[in-house]
Design a protein around this ligand. Structure first.
Ligand code: SD4
Length: 301
């Protein structure tokens, strides 16, 4: 197995100020900035994480998160999300929820208002409606048109096409409290009922308040079989830097999976308790966003 195909920085960088927000892809930057504003306005680190992800969910031009996301094979948008709060290792999650624009907030409500961690499908929607979330059609005209074209062609959507751009966003507060969230419409034109890694605690996201936090994006099937984000955090616990923990997780997944690393299409971000951050991915440079007071930019793993 080639190590050179894992794209990661040579050194994990460290934020000089708190709070710090780290998230996936270019669209992570405005999300991080919304998180920072929320925090600086008096919100908790959990409020901040939720706020940043809500910004991405509300962006109709983003075809892989929230409103405007690509639908499943039957033309229905089914969303996955989870949230974690470091103190007490609290978690909430929704899988395959329909017609609700902000699954991250439903996940938070599951965490805070039920004795459970995860609700799925109709049960998740029923709970959201009871909590006062509005039911709305999340399939935009553009996505409907593209889905119809896809259905006509009966084309298989290949992994690695522009069909999987989840937001995972993790943050650390001034007092060291960690939180994180993850939200996605999942793989485009997925089988109805298919749930990926994103709402699965330990796969699409993991937050350990003693060590750090990690999140994933890419082909969920290649993350959730390995508890990918949990693995990243465990490597940080063993002393690896965030960037090296992400890269080592990818190496281990590739070794166990057996396929060439470039066929896996997975990426991880990580942030440790010291404010060091890093990322790694299997593609040709994975953009991720880092924001803290006085700094906000998109970096390449
Ligand atoms: C999934 N991991 O449903 C998600 C998709 C994704 O970047 O991350 N896209 O498999």
């Amino acid at each position: 197995m080639s190590r050179t195909l894992i794209h990661s920085q040579s050194h994990s960088q460290v934020a000089t100020e708190r709070p710090v927000f780290v998230s996936t892809w270019n669209f992570g930057k405005p999300a991080n900035e919304a998180s920072l504003r929320k925090y600086q306005g008096g919100g908790s680190i959990l409020d901040a994480v939720e706020e940043g992800i809500r910004l991405t969910e509300a962006d109709k031009s983003n075809a892989s998160v929230g409103d405007g996301g690509k639908p499943n094979a039957e033309g229905k948008v089914q969303l996955d999300a989870c949230i974690m709060h470091g103190p007490g290792t609290k978690a909430g999650s929704v899988g395959g929820i329909e017609d609700i624009a902000h699954p991250i907030s439903v996940a938070r409500a599951v965490m805070e208002k039920t004795p459970h961690v995860m609700l799925v499908g109709q049960g998740a929607k029923k709970f959201a409606l009871e909590q006062g979330f509005a039911s709305e059609n999340l399939l935009t005209a553009k996505q409907r048109k593209e889905w119809r074209a896809w259905r006509r062609e009966k084309r298989k959507m290949e992994a690695g096409e522009n069909n999987h751009d989840t937001i995972a966003l993790v943050g650390i507060a001034a007092d060291g409290t960690l939180a994180g969230g993850c939200s996605t419409s999942g793989l485009a034109y997925k089988m109805p009922g298919r749930v990926g890694d994103s709402p699965i605690i330990g796969s699409g996201l993991y937050v350990d308040n003693e060590i750090g936090a990690a999140g994933a994006t890419g082909v969920g099937e290649n993350v959730m079989r390995f508890c990918g984000s949990f693995m990243v955090v465990e490597y940080m616990r063993q002393g690896l830097s965030p960037e090296e923990a992400c890269a080592e997780t990818i190496r281990r997944i590739a070794r166990l999976d057996g396929r060439p690393i470039e066929d896996l299409h997975i990426n991880f971000i990580a942030l440790n308790k010291k404010g060091q951050f890093g990322a790694a991915g299997t593609g040709n440079g994975f953009p991720y966003a880092v924001t803290y007071p006085g700094f906000s930019d998109i970096l390449q793993s």
